[in-house]
Design a protein around this ligand. Structure first.
Ligand code: PLP
Length: 372
């Protein structure tokens, strides 16, 4: 069993992916070819944001967003310690300081109620992460940002396609950033990402920063990066987009099946009302994680931990915060475990994972037929 089954996905979309790749090889415009603008138009339309700017990766989307906002040395950005390292890394890379705020135990997303007390005269932005595919409390976060004149950059690397009050993730704040890393809900076959905004000036800045700060050929009006997404990767995303809505529906079915088998028997990362998760990871909460993981591994079931060490205690970041400033993040880092998951997961596999997991965790086996 695969943790994320990209091979079945490829078989499903093989014809379109092949056609799209061949078209690029035929026209030969490998950088900024027509598929780049086509994808940007499709994704802007999908999210409802006025602008989509594709970039080299999700990390690059975060860095370029902060650069476009003019955030740098002396500035603070409030964020969560319970994320992939790239979230805080982007803040440090532009010379600003991440300020870590603890998470909500139920969703593992940033605790909105803890953000405002962390705002200082130096705060320039809030960077919530839509962890495991579920947007954070964006209304509350946007309201705090409005009160203090801050930008909100949603790290939506895991949540493309999710919704919050019927609006799409990536279009919930000043800027939204996503990743097309192959295992993401909408992935390419290499590195890729995009940022979304409805602010024309920020979009223009991000477009320039993506190409070395160039406003016209060889005219560099600002400092930028080499941050383009290549045409072949855009072509792959265009092909996968054809199946994306269907895949989201299948993801929801697999998650519902897991929920029916596990809910009330094991701790689960919950989904709050008024929003949907694309379930980038299906994550359970356990006391004896290592032992349960070993039992699943022995049964041929791969698992993963997102994330075993919160950012504020990582060696390169520990000087920025007290270890005990985010106790819930420390606790959840010891307890979370993600299960094999994806739109192509057969029901029999979901059932086997759930049954093996419950047995390993010492929970009575449910009736699998009850959620068929
Ligand atoms: C929450 C989060 N932020 C940022 C990133 C960085 O994305 P990428 O790997 O495309 O640079 C990832 C992906 O791995 C992520 O999960």
């Amino acid at each position: 069993m695969e943790f994320i089954d990209l091979k079945s996905q490829y078989q499903h979309g093989r014809a379109q992916i092949g056609e799209r790749i061949r078209a690029v090889l035929d026209h030969g415009q490998y950088i900024m070819g027509p598929e780049v603008a086509e994808l940007e138009a499709r994704l802007a339309d999908y999210t409802g944001a006025r602008h989509c700017i594709t970039v080299a990766s999700g990390t690059e989307a975060l860095v370029i967003s902060l650069m476009a906002l003019g955030i740098g040395p002396g500035d603070e950005v409030i964020t969560t310690p319970f994320s992939f390292i790239a979230t805080a890394e982007a803040i440090v890379l532009v010379g600003a300081t991440p300020v870590f705020v603890d998470i909500d135990r139920a969703t593992c997303n940033i605790a909105a109620s803890l953000i405002e007390p962390a705002v200082t005269a130096r705060t320039r932005a809030i960077m919530p992460v839509s962890l495991y595919g579920q947007p954070a409390d964006m209304d509350e976060i946007n309201a705090i940002a409005r009160r203090h004149g801050l930008a909100v950059v949603e790290d939506a690397a895991q949540s493309f396609g999710a919704t919050y009050r019927n609006r799409k993730s990536c279009n919930l704040s000043t800027i939204g950033c996503t990743s097309f890393f192959p295992s993401k809900p909408l992935g390419c076959y290499g590195d890729g990402g995009a940022l979304f905004t409805s602010d024309d000036a920020l979009a223009a800045a991000a477009r320039e920063i993506r190409v070395h700060g160039q406003s016209r050929r060889y005219v560099h009006t600002r400092v930028g990066v080499g941050g383009r997404m290549d045409t072949l990767q855009c072509a792959v995303v265009l092909a996968k987009l054809e199946h994306f809505e269907w895949e989201l529906a299948e993801r929801a079915k697999v998650a519902a099946r897991y929920n029916a088998l596990l809910s009330g028997r094991l701790g689960l990362v919950g989904c709050n009302p008024n929003r949907s998760s694309v379930v980038a990871q299906y994550t359970v909460v356990l006391e004896e994680r290592e032992r349960v993981q070993a039992a699943l591994q022995a049964a041929g079931i791969p698992t993963a931990v997102h994330y075993p060490v919160p950012i504020h205690v990582q060696p390169a970041y520990a000087h920025l915060a007290d270890a005990d400033s985010c106790p819930v993040a420390l606790e959840m880092a010891k307890k979370v475990m993600s299960l094999p998951f994806g739109p192509y997961m057969p029901a029999a596999d979901t059932d086997r994972v759930a049954a093996t997991l419950l047995a390993a965790a010492g929970v009575t086996l449910p009736d699998a037929a009850s959620c068929a």
